[in-house]
Design a protein around this ligand. Structure first.
Ligand code: TA6
Length: 314
């Protein structure tokens, strides 16, 4: 595979990793365990994803950090493991995947990974699928992920999905999320009851575990402490999950440090509230693009007209 900017690292306990490198020195590291992006660094080699110091990088645990892929379900329902099994399976590099609809800009370092269900998976979720993930690194260091899920079964199936994105922050008290104002959300801390966001930004003073519905395709996560803003762009992902476990819940998570809630926030592009149904032969695509820009808190954005035009001044 002669794609510039890609190197496959040696296998460790049978778990391979791929490193993508951009001309500006940015990089992304993807593990075959879970098809998970476990590192994304900028041109100054600063890490732009959070990973717990207690993360376990091998089955049967999902890696606590980076961008776990939650499929075929997000959440805890039925017989499947929480957030589905995709993040806990061995993915393979696909050398010659079917072309992406709409193509992909040239000169990008990218890798394609593929997951198909095992016989064991089919016992728990009896649906044949092909899950193709393309991870790309733009020349400017932005990270792009495209998930394509195809129904290759003889009957329809329904799933929910999330890019469970762990973002590092200076201190959770310095963080505000813009773009979710006025939206309805399901509060996982209050029996998934529906509420309306009253604030002009989401800030954190305690545990937050919410699914914002029909959220815009562009969101901003501002970190005043680092004077940095993450820009999240998504497509095919109507919901946004926001999670910070805060102090009490952190102590109950074995592969998470007691104090680590201060240095992370999950902001997930997701399709959760309205699960997706595919008939045989149909394919769903969910795109996520992350960038990190210098910023101050003086974020100015256009009044939302059709919900899409937003200017973020950095
Ligand atoms: O809403 C996010 C969430 O579902 C939280 O309830 C919390 O469980 C988090 O995901 C982490 O889940 P995990 O299975 O990765 O520990």
């Amino acid at each position: 595979m002669d794609i510039t900017g890609i190197e496959e690292t040696k296998y460790w306990e049978g778990i391979g990793q791929v490193v993508l490198r951009a001309p500006n020195g940015a990089s992304a590291r993807i593990s075959s365990h879970g098809g998970q992006v476990i590192s994304w660094t900028n041109s100054r080699e600063e890490e732009l994803l959070f990973t717990s110091s207690k993360a376990i990088f091998r089955p049967p645990e999902a890696i606590r950090g980076g961008i776990p892929l939650c499929f075929p379900q997000f959440g805890n329902c039925g017989s499947l493991e929480r957030h589905g099994f995709a993040r806990n399976r061995r993915w393979v590099v696909e050398r010659d995947p079917p072309p992406l609809r709409g193509g992909e800009p040239k000169n990008r370092a990218s890798v394609d990974l593929l997951l198909r269900p095992s016989e064991e998976d089919l016992k728990w979720w009896p649906h044949w699928f092909e899950f193709r993930l393309r991870v790309s690194l733009r020349d400017n260091g932005d990270l792009s992920m495209v998930s394509r899920i195809r129904n290759v079964d003889g009957k329809k199936f329904t799933f929910s999905f999330a890019y469970h994105t762990y973002l590092p922050v200076s201190d959770i008290s310095e963080v505000r999320i813009e773009g979710l104002e006025t939206l309805h959300y399901l509060d996982n801390l209050r029996n998934r009851e529906r509420f309306t966001e009253q604030e002009d930004a989401v800030t954190f003073e305690s545990e937050v575990d919410r699914v914002y519905l029909e959220s815009p395709d562009v969101l901003a996560v501002l970190d005043h402490g680092k004077k940095k803003t993450f820009i999240i762009k998504k497509e095919g992902l109507p919901d946004t999950v926001v999670w910070n476990p805060w102090e009490k819940k952190s102590k109950l998570i074995p592969d998470f440090g007691d104090e680590e809630y201060k240095q992370m926030v999950c902001v997930d592009g997701a399709a959760v509230d309205q699960p997706i149904t595919l008939r045989p032969g149909e394919e769903w695509t969910g795109r996520l693009e992350l960038s990190s820009v210098p910023s101050s808190l003086s974020v100015v954005h256009q009044p939302k007209n059709n919900g899409s035009s937003r200017t973020i001044r950095s």
